[in-house]
Design a binder for this molecule. Sequence first.
Ligand SMILES: Cc1ncc(COP(=O)(O)O)c(C=O)c1O
Length: 401
Amino acid sequence: MLPFTKKNIKFVSAIKKRIREDELTKLRVKHDLWYKAFEKQEGNKVWLDGKQYLMLSSNDYLGLGVDPRVREAARDALHIWGTSPTGSRFANGSRYYHQELEEQIADFLDQEACHVHSAGYLSCVASVSCFLGKGDVALVDKNVHSSLWEGLRLSMATIEKFAHNSLASLEEELSFVFHDRKKLIVVEGVYSMEGHVCPLDKVVGLAQKYDCFLVLDDAHGFGVLGDRGQGTADFFGVEDSVDVICGSFSKSLASTGGFVAGDKELIDFLRTYSKQTIFSAAINPTQAAIASKALEIHQNEPEHLERLWQNTRRYHALLESLGLDFWESKTPAVPIVAGNKERAYFFSERLKEKGVYANLILPPGVPPGKELIRTAISASFNDEDMERIEEAVTYAAKALV
Ligand SMILES: Cc1ncc(COP(=O)(O)O)c(C=O)c1O
């Protein structure tokens, strides 16, 4: 008998075999289209294999990631607070900078209180999982973000999906739910893949008619919608009628991290029960300082929001003139729907030829038939950048026909 060594007896479990044989992973690794690591970045430009690209898929809508004051705030925070609070807010990880950022966000959103996490994903999971329980019913727009589905699954509530942005479908689902069940509606303010705006005022109407708690994920509406970029609830004038607003710092605030805002009693409850809040380390000083400085600049300098919408209108007009399907996006989150994976890949490669980089989104990220290139407009794009985008998109659109 051979002696037992790792070299000659390699035990492979059934789970490891399943992983090894997974077709989707094999395909992904073979085609190498995602997880691209850019070797360099300067402002809104990135470098891949030595070539420079304008990044047309960044969610830095207000362009504040390139602002030197934001970088300086991050450096100062690192100097003052060190690298990490190394613990959860519940335990040893709370600092003054967390409280200051929470007050700043709550004020900006006209909410009583706020809690910040180290990722928007955590904030969104927490926003649904901790307010719902077994026996409750969640009514969910079928296109909401993965983080919200994760929170719903953890809550063990009954889930009823309604058709995307359809008030008729939402009301139909509500009419079937027994009167005595506790109900929660989950929507996004701006749908990240489609760029659609939720008809939030009407959703609020239904939430009140049917006695529902309302959760709004405003990751892509925060900083973008409303006269002062306060987000979707402000845009519709319903900030008093949404129970919880959650979102991310990785879009308009050019950082990473996320927030949950609402009445103080809700945030106190979240701090008592949310596992994502209690058992995960607090947001670090640099992330928080970036978000805080970016929000301060956004509040004091309306020109970034103005520039964002000026660029967005110009881009929408271009896509319209080229006859491209952009899923009726009304916002700076703009998909270019190609309809199948070959066309989507072809389009993104043509953009790259002209020095523009944009994400390719295939099922299950979108339904089959909606394969797309997910583009996003930023206030950081100057006229020269916009001309480069126009040239590349026109070239790709003409090559596609
Ligand atoms: C709608 C929506 N919600 C939540 C998140 C999660 O945010 P983060 O990337 O900060 O974890 C995202 C980011 O992709 C998002 O698009």
